[in-house]
Design a protein around this ligand. Sequence first.
Ligand code: WTA
Length: 676
Amino acid sequence: MRAILRFRAGLVYPRPRMSSDALTSHLTESRRFEPSPEFRARARVKSLDEYQRLYRESLDDPRAFWERETSDLVFRTRATSTCDGAPPHARWFTGATLNLTESCLDRHLATSDRHKAAIIWEGEPEAGGRPVETRTVTYGELHREVVALAGALRALGVTKGDRVILDLGLVPEAAIAMLACARIGAVHGVVFGGFAVEALRDRINDCGAKVVITQDGAFRRGNVVPMKATVDRALEEAKSVEKVIVLPRLGAAHAPIALQPGRDLLWSDALALDPRGGAAPEIVDAEHPLFILYTSGSTGKPKGVLHTTAGYLAGAHVSTRYAFDLRPEDLFWCTADIGWVTGHSYVVYGPLSNGATVLMYEGAPNAPDPGRFWRIIERHGVTVLYTAPTAIRAFMRWGDQHPSACDLSSLRLLGSVGEPINPEAWVWYHTVIGKGRCPIVDTWWQTETGTIMMVTLPGATFGKPGSTGLPFFGVEPDIWRADGSSAAPNEGGKLVLKRHHPSMLRTIWGDDERYQKTYYSEFSGTYFTGDGARRDEDGYYWVLGRIDDVLNIAGHRVGTAEIESAVVGHPAVAECAAVGRPDELKGQALVVFVTLKLGHDAGPSMRESILEQVSRDIGKFARPDEVRFADALPKTRSGKIMRRFLKDIAAGRSATGDASTLEDLTVLAKLSANEE
Ligand code: WTA
């Protein structure tokens, strides 16, 4: 409650500006949180001046910047030029040849890092407050396992450029499989372990995968999620797949694994195909494809975002080091699923290329109870925690007693990604988890950008709750009006990236036309992010929500993030989604879907007090037309609210469209059944 009061005191009220087709911003958070002098003194970048000097260099002399910052990576031949051509088809580090796994693995073997933990893993099942299984994989062991699986893949006929679909949960073998593909120049496509048959089949067919690597099943929230059975059904209509490698995860107490003769083999049998395990790394060109990652897009067919080798590695490497102020002794925990881009860049490639130790946890944050994350931090001494606002709001909902029961003093830095973090959640994270001691690094980026593009760089800059800070090195964002002119400070508009960055996507797999149309046609030749945002007088960026979701309220175009932040500011509200529905009189009516914190009842007085809250925080014009209470909101497994379903439900239509990335299908059915 104290945190909430402090947040209210920091609000500055409306100063709407601008023309009718632009986005108006109505909430301004005015507080600043400076890093502590102790943090600053040890930080990699210690001041705003130092940040600015590096930033200017990254734009004015990209060659010098990238050469120096990637000088610890392993290249067989160095690049002859830094960036060639122009977006949408710019190319990076021409002339460079490499095998990315040499940067993530081999280079650490010659040092004392050989025996350092690369991955500390904890399985989900717990007994008596302790994990049933933990594993520590050193760099030396990781190297051995990667080389062994790479040899197995080669023996199965996988060659450079072939696609391999990985349908794995958060187990060390997921990282091993990704790196094994990269070792032989194969292109991996990781899919969420929870996908339904159709979603999996469509992705396999889209990229024409030759091999699938999966596990028998996964433990999730105390249940067993079958995975191999889903793969079997998907493969009935996916004929490109020749072999399936299966990791036994569940153990002897579960059903035996059904293997299709000639097609399926157990992980250990695959390794036996190349007993010497001597897979030499495939040396590839800088622009050789590294991975495809499917994002659902707002409608229909999944998009296979393609990333290439050297540019992506450079982005992941440099951003991990700076954004998380990484130190050799850190235990870095990015809680993202491996099937999300955050899992690629900040569980695997970024930390391992830096020789860091990552914590990997298999299961749900509330398995078997809501104290699990905090026990993990205490048990292993996690120093950097990188998670998503949706998780933070869930922790708030479950109550402070869970983190308070654990010793969190090892933490020194907290991170956030995935959506705008509402100031309430920011302050809670800062106070209850970070004890006011840990800077919060808010990182804005996308599957498409591959790595962090905007950041409240810890040590160098102050935090503003809800703002994603300043551009990262080499990134030149802007806020544009519809005519392509730059917006004034605090004027909302479309967030664009004016300069190509090494880790940007290169195309959509098999559909370059869609790639160009999606990202480079709104403003010809300039990357449009799809987000609405504003930039304040300090140059800090504030994401207002996806442009497609912008609400038109009484003639003002308002981003979803601000309405939702106001609603979530209500002490009883856990989560909220704001959507528009067609209205004969007003054009668009504002509907907010609300889940309450535990122990609060939905009812007319609750409804009224939520409406009051929005009128007070934003203005009477933004008073929602409808408040709908729900037990849960439809979300992707990465925690993003899927507003298009809520728009359908608010409009009284049945929810349609691609539901393949929805975490829990029953949520939709319940919401539809709840209609007033
Ligand atoms: C949103 C996740 C505000 C944004 C890495 C973006 C954010 C989309 C932030 C990409 C942030 C991500 N503040 N909004 N810190 N981080 N977003 O592809 O709308 O899953 O365009 O990549 O999430 O989501 P994606």
